[in-house]
Design a protein around this ligand. Sequence first.
Ligand code: PMP
Length: 372
Amino acid sequence: MIYLDNAATTRMYDEVIDIEKDFEKKYFANPSALHSFGMDVENKVKEARDIIASNINCNSNEIYFTKGATESNNIIISSLSNEKNKALTTKLEHSSVIDAFENSSFKKVDLINNDKFGFVNLKDLEEKIDDDTKLVSIIYVQNEIGSIQNIKKISEIIKAKNKDILFHIDATQAFGKISCDINELGVDSMSFSSHKIHGPKGIGGLYISNKFKNRIKPVLYGGRQEVFSSGTLNAPAIYAFSKALELSKEKEDFEYIKNLNLYLRNKITDMFKGYKINSPTENSSPYILNISFEKIKSEVLLHMLESDNIFVSSGSACSKGNNSRILSALNLDKKYMDGALRFSFSHEITKKDLDFLVNKLNEYVDVIRKVY
Ligand code: PMP
């Protein structure tokens, strides 16, 4: 199998599967229980919290476990939402941000302009901040095309205008891959997820600076195990998540992934006509490469590749026949809109896999162009 859909989700590291299975057997008590067995589990959760906090350079009591980045984004957006507040975001956000804003009660949600590679316009950001702006939410690494925003610069602009604005980032595609040091980035809250870094699904987290914690409200009421979210903690998944993050330090080789990305870019450039690389050349995550093929329906191409056990994503993620929101936001020429594929890499991919992929792509692009 050639799995090139790692931005959607990853295969768990074998070691992490073993760790989680072992944990399920040994540490099944409720970490909130008062007995010593429960406290053993609570200590394991603490260990996991410390690992994650140290990775992003925050205090352990600023980390909240959630069921993933979707819940984390929702916690922040719903907390700041009221008729007096304005929020700023981009057209490039994940649906968990866009949908949360669409269902919020902000006085206004303004969208910051971006260029054709998905980078936010810093001047427009500055101009759109006004006295009522209480939240700015920005995606760190864009999940369809890979553009990496200059979060530090964005933070400087926001904070120069008003230190009191909560600056939130969705770091789901950045966490465990590029630096998410919250002090370097200058962010007040940050969402992340385990299943994008070879950890278990259904677990993730939210960093909230202690300075802003009193503005955050729960999304799930109950035992308040994680203050803003209630329910018995999924301790095995939490622990396995932290171990996946630790392991990523040995397993993730940024230079290797960069090389793979460049290799595929070059191969496509050498062998194809009528294509466009939608991912930026600079300030782009090497884990994601989005390419459009002219006169192609990405879904058809995706299914043809599937017959060879090659799994990619239709970068356009055409939902119900609509064009990709993200590609539309890039103002992409109409002829490139339907034929976008997203290739997202992992350490398990080799150049040989990419040779095989490119040969198949070449064959199928030809067939589709002749038939349709
Ligand atoms: N934000 C981004 C940028 C993502 O890529 C994803 C996952 N596709 C999410 C949020 C949602 O993450 P989760 O599956 O952990 O809820």
